[in-house]
Design a protein around this ligand. Sequence first.
Ligand code: C2E
Ligand code: CA
Ligand code: CA
Length: 566
Amino acid sequence: MTPQPSDSLFETILSIAADAIVAVDEEQRIVLFNWGAEQTFQYAADEVLGKPLDILLPQRYAEPHRKHVRDFSASGENARRMNDRGEVTGRRKDGTEFPAEASIAKTVHEGRSVLAVFLRDVTTRKQAEARLAHLAYYDGLTGLPNRMLFADRLKQAMLEGIRREHPVAVLLMDIDRFRTFNDTLGHEAGDQLLRAAGQRLRLSTQESDTLARLGGDEFGIVLTGLRDEGGIGRAVRRILDSFAEPLSVEDQTLYVTVSIGVSVHPGDSVSAEGLIRNADAALSRARELGGNAFQFFKPEMYARTAKNLAMETDLRRSLERGDFVLHYQPQFDLGTGTIIGAEALVRWMHPQRGLVSPGEFIPLAEETGLIVPLGEQVLRTACAQAKAWHDGGLPPLPIAVNFSVRQFRHAAMVETVHRALEETGADPRWLDIELTESSIMKNPEAVIASLGELKRLGILVSVDDFGTGYSSLAHLKRFPIDVIKVDQSFVRNVTADANDAAIAAAIVTMAHTLGMRVIAEGVETEAQAAFLRARACDGAQGYLFSRPLPAVEFLKFVEEKNRQAG
Ligand code: C2E
Ligand code: CA
Ligand code: CA
């Protein structure tokens, strides 16, 4: 026989239960009030025993509640929740109310019917639920409204705008080069940057405007109460200018700019979705302009987007089919006139459009990430070509391959280069990787590390477009660089502009002290070549000597030169 718990055990357990247990007799007078009930209602048991159950409820619920209990007593049910959710409102001794979950049960004790009420204060859980509801509408990082609340507020603002005949402007914005900041400074600092940007935006908007974080580094603003486009333009300009002062993030001073796209209700769209979509198209355009800019939506913007989409599809297809070819532009020794290398320049053999130049598709390829597979194709083709020319008896010629930032930063970059060399059988000394000056200055530490790995493979490294990136030559000391390519913009004016002439000459002198060679790009006239030669510039490349040529023609060109040289 299992031992029966004693009455005193029941009592003990009853007394330690954290839930409130209250029993009432047939007249609904309290006959039992446990420790949990004392904690919950803040009455001592002897203050309430014999009192009506009503005192534990807000006055307004007393009557319905009494009826409820009466009905329940009269019903045949033994136990039942008070209502579907089992939620009631309790009242503490001091009059404060709290949400509670309750159930009620009926029993007969010593011939008299007793109702037991079990009740739990759920204030904490309710608070958690409210926090969750807040999370559903607010962004956890910045505390700003999120996309859902933004759309909601926009709809309200549109209704109000219609009533007051005011325009409503939707601004979408993102932080220029946020990904770079994030990658360079770390995610912790990236988060702080987002918070700081949010605060800066808050300061440059009115209390009545909704500022939201829509995700990533994208923010949105609903501007109300402005009379016309002029007013909107001024407000947007103010927001843009508010970033002229740097932000401080983890004790660092960061110069940050934003791009903003604007659409206006009702002119640009009468639906919230339409306004957001249009502002987004305007934002893309502002970004394309190089950032730190704003654009008002114009319907033509979609034509561009549609064009880009079509081109992206085209690019993908061509990548699979192998429609890309390389042209090679020879590089010359300015002293001896011999060919010292070649730059590989990609061309797109478009099935309908014919030969498309890189300026037209490289930016899109970078934006979409297609530059990574495209760059790999270019790299392999160049390596295979170098090997073929060498096997065909040409003296070894390094081939320069352009790498875009995205491609260079790709996690598997060094591995990709290594594999391309191995699988084509090309000698690493025949490969020269060109990186633009601006791209190596963006994240110097990481770039130095990656370049070191490339150098260990034995390949050459050139800095392209030098002179355009605002970096000093002294900076270059830390990079393992073989060649500096002076940008065409300086070369063009060396014979006309004393400043450009001085810059080009200084680049040559300083590069030589750092042990680097210098190649001038875009040399078109004999006068330019003469100037550069006089300043001891090592090499040159440009239309004066040769345009970029298809592989077959390049080979003929080199053989012809070699024959002339005897
Ligand atoms: P870049 O690297 O600065 O290449 C030099 C550009 O100047 C080439 O244009 C070349 O044809 C042109 N050029 C050469 N000599 C002269 C000259 O004497 N006068 C003038 N006015 N121009 C000259 P291209 O081939 O249209 O390439 C444009 C840009 O596209 C390149 O600029 C490079 O940034 C990019 N690019 C080309 N091929 C690739 C590639 O395979 N990968 C990547 N990531 N970018 C590439
Ligand atoms: Ca180049
Ligand atoms: Ca260049």
